[in-house]
Design a protein around this ligand. Structure first.
Ligand code: SF4
Length: 300
């Protein structure tokens, strides 16, 4: 990428802002969380099959990138019905080719409109391999996604690194699951993976601090509440300056559990903060959103 394009996608959210204003936004998010957590429910929490099959939450996690989250998390149940059970043996029997064909069939009418053909091909190449390699690894270790954890308390960092070993689990997904297991440990928000681990290991719990996973939804909502309307979010999410700023802001808003910011921004991004036409008048963050204020001022 040229340095001009890099500059164009730079997100100078903090420059010229008063610290009082930054702090006010962080405090608003903290105060709003108790209400938001009841309203902003991620799709995986509501899908019954994810509570019933030990491999389903992990397969859903591996699938959950680029495509719509609801579709990713519903794939394990569809696959289970298609092959008559979701086990490492059945998946190994399919092989990478068979799994790819089924994934392609499932997503035939579900690809997001914004996904390029080359990205679809890349997804169909990588995801079946990741699922297969992960099943093989778990089988070799003689554990399932639920029994890979012992009956004890873990730090979020331990969980992150245990998950990162698995093929197909990058930093973002490992942080996402560590955060969900932590939120479930605190009885803030349920999660199927946590419910399954806890059923086998009643002492299982995740504590400690982990920084939020950074994805397109997080950078978009973060930048917009500081007045930045549009950027190439896929590029912006890799800006190391912005990542560090979001991490610092998340610690200001939620000193005990900074990853909470991802839970809010991801859900707001998905439900309200649409790329082309954000639903600002209904958005729970419009009170602190500089972009929404600019938009309203320009329409009056
Ligand atoms: S108020 Fe509008 S721009 Fe701001 S976060 Fe909500 S939907 Fe996005």
């Amino acid at each position: 990428m040229s340095s001009r394009s890099k500059r164009k996608n730079k997100c100078y959210w903090i420059k010229g802002k008063s610290f009082d204003e930054i702090k006010r936004k962080a405090e608003f998010l903290n105060k709003s969380w108790s209400k938001l957590k009841k309203e902003l429910i991620p799709p995986e929490v509501t899908i019954t099959f994810l509570y019933q099959n030990e491999y389903a939450p992990l397969i859903g996690t591996i699938c959950d990138e680029q495509v719509k989250a609801d579709d990713a998390w519903k794939f394990p149940e569809w696959l289970n019905d298609k092959i008559g059970g979701l086990t490492p043996e059945k998946i190994e029997k399919l092989g990478k080719r068979g799994l790819r064909e089924l994934l392609e069939e499932y997503f035939k009418n579900k690809w997001p409109s914004w996904m390029k053909e080359e990205d679809k091909r890349d997804y169909l190449e990588r995801i079946p391999k990741h699922i297969l390699d992960t099943m093989r690894l778990l089988k070799k270790e003689g554990v399932t996604p639920a029994t890979m954890f012992e009956n004890r308390e873990y730090t979020a960092a331990e969980v992150y690194l245990m998950l990162r070993r698995l093929p197909g689990i990058g930093p973002k997904k490992a942080k996402m699951i560590a955060k969900h297991l932590q939120l479930a440990s605190e009885d803030i928000l349920g999660h199927p993976w946590f419910t399954q681990i806890k059923a086998k290991n009643p002492e299982f719990k995740v504590t400690g601090i982990i920084t939020p996973p950074i994805d397109v939804q997080v950078v978009k909502v973060f930048c917009r509440i500081f007045g930045v309307k549009r950027r190439n979010w896929k590029v912006v999410k890799n800006d190391p300056d912005l990542i560090q700023d979001i991490e610092a802001f998340s610690m200001l808003a939620f000193p005990d559990m900074p990853a909470t910011i991802d839970e809010i921004f991801w859900n707001i991004g998905r439900e309200y903060c649409k790329e082309e036409d954000p639903r600002c008048s209904e958005c729970p963050l419009n009170n602190i959103c500089d972009y929404a204020k600019k938009k309203q001022a320009s329409s009056t």
